[in-house]
Design a protein around this ligand. Structure first.
Ligand SMILES: [Ca+2]
Length: 184
């Protein structure tokens, strides 16, 4: 029995990344805290994000950011096309990731035509649209949140913002700011 336990411990040690594993319980280290994205508020432009050509980073006094100077905007062009803004983070084993973000919707639409689908794809879980925002999202900044749940293994999580616009029935710009990725 003792020999078996030792063999298992050795195997586990081989799998663990080096550093920080000296204490008796891994959960004693607190990796499940804090905001982990380097550019949550777009103050560094699109650094850390993959942004389609229609996504622009704005800093405009007449259309201010939620915080700071900049935010990501899906420019309303009244053309039929879609565009994507996304980023991926690593969620350590045992942690839950909560993504909080703010959206402002500036539109001339009066019914649903243009929309912003917000998704969270997590290792081991089929990708899912968590929010489908449209003309009624409001011209003031509003906060939304979505979470991964926990798992025993390290995972990646990709947050995506897919804007889709249809020409002819109104112009919509979706503004996105302060997309925080917080571990707990
Ligand atoms: Ca900002």
């Amino acid at each position: 029995m003792k020999a078996f336990v030792s063999a298992v411990s050795a195997a586990v040690l081989l799998l663990l990344p080096s550093g920080g594993g000296s204490s008796d319980r891994q959960a004693a280290d607190p990796p499940c805290t804090g905001q982990i994205h380097a550019n949550p508020g777009f103050e560094l432009g699109t650094t850390g994000w993959t942004a389609g050509p229609r996504v622009v980073v704005f800093g405009d006094a007449t259309r201010p950011a939620h915080t700071g100077q900049a935010y990501a905007a899906f420019a309303g062009l009244d053309v039929t096309r879609s565009d994507l803004l996304r980023t991926t983070v690593t969620v350590p084993a045992g942690c839950e990731l909560t993504v909080r973000f703010w959206v402002r919707t500036l539109t001339t639409e009066t019914r649903r035509g243009d929309y912003l689908n917000v998704g969270l794809a997590v290792t081991g879980i089929p990708p899912k649209t968590r929010f489908s925002l449209a003309f009624d999202g409001g011209s003031q900044w509003r906060q939304y949140a979505m979470s991964t749940g926990t798992a025993t293994t390290e995972r990646t999580a990709t947050a995506s913002f897919l804007a889709s616009e249809t020409a002819g029935n109104g112009v919509t710009a979706f503004d996105v700011d302060d997309v925080s990725f917080t571990l707990s």
